[in-house]
Design a protein around this ligand. Structure first.
Ligand code: HEM
Length: 148
């Protein structure tokens, strides 16, 4: 697995920020466990503040993905846009759950999915996973070595 070789500012900033965002995605269910099952109702406010922070940071992360598109490829920018869209829906379902707890049936699995997508967005920022094809018709770096 090849590390992204480019060490320019936007690449480095993206790498750091994407790890922070993954950590915040991980924090969300931890906080939910506290206000939902551990008798700490105030933690819902921290969950809400974290949600807003995640959304703002995702916008910044997308801008960085766009600036660093030569290193990452434009696909990572597209992935970040998808994550913003789903995070917006996630926040909507979170507020909707105040009046209608049924909405948690979407909010919870979408939270898990967002963690996975956030992790993927971070991994693509650190590693060049695009040249991993072993299909000789579509040689990536390793496949090309085999052919040679
Ligand atoms: C697996 C991860 C998550 C779990 C288990 C979870 C769980 C919950 C629960 C139980 C509620 C309370 C709903 C109610 O009022 O009854 C809630 C509210 C909320 N969640 Fe999440 N959540 C998760 C991830 C996220 C993420 C990733 C975001 C945003 C990026 C988010 C944003 C919100 C918001 C904005 C609310 C409304 C807060 C309020 O009413 O003040 N959640 N969540």
């Amino acid at each position: 697995m090849n590390r992204i070789a480019d060490t320019s500012g936007p690449v480095r900033a993206y790498q750091a920020l994407s790890l922070l965002v993954v950590a915040l995605f991980f924090l969300q269910p931890v906080l939910a466990g506290q206000f939902q099952y551990n008798d700490k109702p105030d933690y819902i406010d921290i969950h809400e503040i974290t949600a807003n922070a995640i959304f703002a940071l995702l916008i910044l992360q997308s801008v960085l993905a766009l600036l660093a598109r030569r290193a990452f490829g434009i696909g990572l920018f597209a992935l970040n846009l998808l994550i913003i869209l789903l995070a917006g829906a996630q926040i909507g379902f979170g507020y909707a759950a105040r009046d209608n707890p049924d909405r948690l049936a979407i909010h919870l699995p979408l939270g898990v999915a967002l963690f996975g997508l956030g992790l993927a967005a971070a991994l693509f920022g650190w590693f060049d996973l695009r040249g991993q094809s072993t299909n000789p018709d579509e040689p990536g770096e390793e496949a090309a070595e085999h052919v040679a």
